[in-house]
Design a binder for this molecule. Structure first.
Ligand code: ZN
Ligand code: ZN
Length: 432
């Protein structure tokens, strides 16, 4: 609870409870208005009768195992119940309302989740906030305990353009691998902003028939799991021979020219100086011994071709270390569990995310991804002004307008900015 002794922060528990009630009321109004005005945004899934639906309320209760006859029934549920979050199964079931083991799984959309938080963006230390859930004091992001003794810390993400771009980069890599390596048609890939801090990528078509084990293999491939080991096993001996050849001055990597050769010699000298037993981690490999023919073939798809193209285009010498770095840079950082679990329910496109009050919205085309700005395009709450008490907020931008920073102060904000902060747990409504 709020520390009553702290100056400028002396809200009693009853005031806090009232402000919480006001906040839920305000969010309820904001969400209701959205569902009234933006019905067209809500995407009913294909084969709607075969899907399981679920929703949560602002009091935290969750209702699952629902089914919908059609889009009208779905819209009626949104407008009448004004859920905090709405979900729909990736799966198609024979009986979606039955308990899980009796639902009768028929197929499931192949869905990938990219969580920007998991990409550990460097800018998060600038804009993210860590608040104690008990006493509401800000906490150092390296600390896991508040001075009040509580370990309940709310890590509030406040995305900026930079970290959103990180997420977009993963989406692009994922889409490229799906198209190039799995032969997925561009039209069968649909990208959504998740409504808070990530992206969902849906794949339709024949991939809906993959079972969980096959999905797991797809994920391992996308993450580049086992690629470094496979290269080490298959090419390790060759790499070591290449290294020896290089040290005795044999040729250079086919087609790489003189600049590469002179740089390589410098690197080799350095290697000689502090050489260890482990050749894999030596800095440079430049001679070919057929390596380039088998690996660098132009247009070669799959991991090997991709790695070689990456090393060439970044002018990086080939070594196990550079190969491992390339795999890390090239892999699509999807959350494995989300894709593998076929029974999972996903936020329904066009509905609001109660962690932010932003909507889960589709990107019209994959090629639009660079111009897509979720802090504008997914911010669809109205802009009438409301009074809020902000505990702590960095400077943030929504709909192209900048706000803050605020620390323990009362401010008037447009409803979209107020609901954004309230959803993130760093502000309260001042009035009903
Ligand atoms: Zn505390
Ligand atoms: Zn950022």
């Amino acid at each position: 609870m709020i520390d009553g002794k702290r100056e400028g922060n002396d809200k009693s528990n009853s005031t806090l409870a009232t402000m919480r009630a006001y906040s839920i009321n305000l969010l309820n109004q904001a969400f209701k208005e959205y569902y009234f005005k933006h019905t067209e945004m809500v995407e009913a899934p294909d084969a709607i009768q075969e899907r399981e639906f679920g929703y949560s309320r602002f009091d935290g209760t969750m209702i699952r195992h629902l089914s919908m006859r059609d889009r009208n029934e779905l819209i009626a549920l949104l407008i009448m119940n004004v859920p905090a979050d709405v979900y729909c199964s990736a799966a198609y079931y024979t009986s979606p309302t039955r308990p899980m083991e009796e639902k009768g799984l028929k197929a499931a959309d192949l869905i990938f989740d990219i969580d920007v938080k998991e990409l550990k963006p460097r800018c998060s230390s600038i804009h993210d906030i860590h608040l104690c859930e008990e006493c509401l004091k800000p906490i150092d992001d390296t600390s896991s305990i508040c001075e009040c003794g509580s370990r309940r810390i709310n890590h509030v993400t406040m995305p900026c353009d930079e970290c959103i771009s990180l997420g977009k980069r993963e989406v692009k890599k994922l889409a490229e691998m799906l198209e190039d390596d799995f032969g997925v048609d561009k039209d069968n890939i649909k990208v959504y902003f998740s409504g808070n801090y990530g992206f969902h990528v849906y794949v339709k078509g024949r991939y809906t028939m993959l079972d969980s084990a096959a999905r797991s293999e797809v994920v391992n491939y996308l993450l580049g799991r086992g690629v470094a080991d496979a290269i080490r096993k298959r090419y390790g001996k060759m790499l070591r021979e290449v290294m020896k050849g290089n040290r005795s001055g044999n040729g250079d990597w086919k087609g790489r020219g003189r600049r590469r050769e002179s740089r390589s010699r410098r690197s080799v000298n350095r290697d000689d100086k502090d050489e260890k037993d482990d050749d894999y981690h030596s800095d440079v490999i430049t001679t070919s011994h057929g390596y380039d023919e088998s690996l660098a073939a132009d247009g070669g798809y799959g991991w090997i071709g991709r790695i070689v193209r990456y090393l060439c285009s970044n002018d990086v010498s080939m070594s196990m270390k550079s190969i491992e770095d390339a795999i890390l840079a090239l892999s699509a950082r999807v959350d494995p569990n989300v894709t593998i679990d076929m029974h999972r329910i996903f936020r329904l496109p066009g509905t609001l995310n109660s962690k932010s009050s932003l909507a889960k919205v589709p990107l019209p085309r994959l090629s639009d991804i660079d111009s897509f700005n979720p802090l504008i395009d997914a911010c669809l709450i109205s802009d009438r002004e409301v009074d809020v008490y902000v505990i702590d907020a960095p400077r943030f931008t929504l709909k192209g307008n900048s706000f803050g920073p605020y620390t323990h102060e009362e401010v008037k904000l447009p409803l979209y900015a107020a609901s954004y902060l309230i959803c993130k747990g760093i502000a309260y409504a001042k009035r009903k």
